[in-house]
Design a protein around this ligand. Structure first.
Ligand SMILES: Cc1cc2nc3c(=O)[nH]c(=O)nc-3n(C[C@H](O)[C@H](O)[C@H](O)COP(=O)(O)OP(=O)(O)OC[C@H]3O[C@@H](n4cnc5c(N)ncnc54)[C@H](O)[C@@H]3O)c2cc1C
Length: 423
């Protein structure tokens, strides 16, 4: 029988590849007619990269992404607060990648089509409902573009990988309503620009009210020597602000946010120039959902953003979806295509991701930037005048512990899906 996967995003495609790795048949049902490389840059952390390497994708990641070397925090004046090595430079056995989200999705898609066959990766299939049958589950789909029924399919399990607006979650929790906006708006874009700092550094500057994040997502410069620099400008808006529903493809108006960053010209980065030279920027309200008390109902469970949408703080959105997929695969290997497998998966992943959703609401490791702003809004000579070395180290270490990417612990762990099980 076949595991039915609703959603062909990062989580759904990783799950399909993982099940294929252990010899379990899977079928992906994606709502849109054509998966195009949408989104901007994301980071995939070493513990999730490790899983993609287990799926044989390292070469593709290396072709398409940048091995992030360092994460550095700065004040709104461009003064250093804290920096730490990332990926291999931090001692992990696996790199961290900065990569275009759509390109990562395309890598997963190409590989899934090659390994599972095109007939098992169905587009224009938007899940609308399901029912349990005597020995499995039957799911119903429509073609959203035409409204036409796209048939029903039988399987052993139904996994909701259908993102932050999950139709399955909505049916399980009809009272929940839309995602929760926390008052902040993100403007995101990619600009061809000069490399900065190490050339592989991810930076965050500012504080809770106004923040700028950027990092390169192309390894090689183009013919004019420019790199693709992914950036995110973020501002806490007044409560009266009329925010627009989250949509990853909503075009942003530069004049609405550029003025706040006009003075952010550091000797190592020209923030307003990055914003000004971006051909197309997007606007997105920062939203998440409250953690759920239960993901698994009979033969159905939630995975990735359908289960635990979180603020994109600490680079965890895609990474956690990948980990979900791998743990679920291991449990299916152990318990078969059963409710027990889903429960065992949930028992591990729900508490872990709940902690992360809550920690991200408290700004995760970015707390250091707010502390500096509160203690020295007019600037400082050296950061240790305002924040002790111990405070800096504690905040970084705590986040790594909760997010599950402590160097030694991770390096010592066996792979999530045992290698001998690969089909
Ligand atoms: C178009 C798009 C652009 C994004 N851009 C960014 C970005 O720039 N930065 C960032 O941090 N995060 C971005 N994200 C979110 C990021 O991909 C996720 O946070 C993370 O990868 C978790 O992956 P996921 O598989 O759970 O969800 P997603 O990657 O969101 O995938 C969910 C998939 O399910 C499909 N789907 C939805 N409803 C149904 C249904 N009823 N039936 C079948 N399929 C359905 C969607 O079309 C989508 O392909 C984007 C998501 C999307 C869909």
């Amino acid at each position: 029988m076949t595991v039915l996967i609703a959603g062909g995003g990062i989580g759904g495609l990783t799950l399909a590849l993982s099940l294929n790795q252990i010899g379990v048949s899977a079928k992906v049902f994606e709502s849109v007619a054509e998966l195009r490389p949408l989104g901007v840059g994301i980071n995939v952390l070493p513990h999730a990269v490790r899983e993609l390497i287990e799926l044989g994708l390292l070469d593709r990641l290396d072709e398409a992404g940048v091995r992030t070397k360092e994460l550095a925090y700065f004040s709104k004046h461009g003064k250093p607060i804290w920096s730490e090595p990332r990926g291999l430079e931090a001692g992990y056995k696996w790199p961290q990648f900065s990569i275009h989200r759509g390109v990562l999705q395309q890598i997963l898609l190409d590989t899934a089509v090659a390994r599972l066959g095109q007939e098992n990766i169905l587009t224009s299939h938007h899940l609308t409902g399901w029912e349990e049958t005597a020995d499995g589950i039957r799911a119903t789909f429509i073609d959203k573009a035409t409204g036409r029924n796209a048939d029903t399919y039988d399987g052993t399990l139904l996994i909701a990988c259908d993102g932050i607006h999950s139709a399955i979650r909505e049916k399980l929790y009809p009272q929940e309503g839309p995602p929760i906006w926390n008052g902040r708006i993100l403007w995101r874009g990619i600009t061809d620009a000069d490399a900065f700092l190490s050339g592989r550094t991810m930076i965050m500057a500012g504080h809770e009210i106004l923040k700028f994040v950027c990092y390169p997502i192309s390894k090689q410069p183009d013919a004019s020597g420019k790199h693709r620099i992914n950036w995110i400008a973020e501002r806490h808006m007044p409560p009266t602000y009329q925010w627009r529903r989250e949509d990853y493809n909503r075009t942003a108006k530069r004049e609405e946010f550029l003025p706040w960053f006009e003075s952010w010209r550091f000797d190592w980065l020209d923030v307003p120039a990055l914003i000004r030279n971006c051909p197309h920027a997007y606007e997105y309200p920062l939203v998440d959902r409250d953690p759920l008390g239960r993901w698994t109902f009979g033969r159905v469970t939630l995975l990735g953003d359908a289960a635990h949408p979180m603020y994109p703080i600490g680079s965890n959105g895609a990474s956690q979806a990948i980990l979900d997929a791998r743990v679920l695969t291991r449990e299916i290997l152990t318990h078969g295509e059963t409710h027990q497998a889903l429960s065992a998966y949930e028992a591990e992943r729900r508490p872990a991701t709940t902690d992360l959703v809550m920690l991200n609401r408290r700004n995760g490791p970015e707390q250091v930037m707010q502390l500096v702003e509160e203690r020295a809004p007019n600037g400082y000579e050296v950061v240790t005048d305002v924040l002790s070395q111990q405070e800096l180290e504690d905040i970084a270490a705590n986040y790594k512990r909760v997010a599950g990417f402590q160097v030694d612990a991770l390096n010592a762990k066996p792979p999530i899906v045992p290698r001998a099980s690969a089909a």
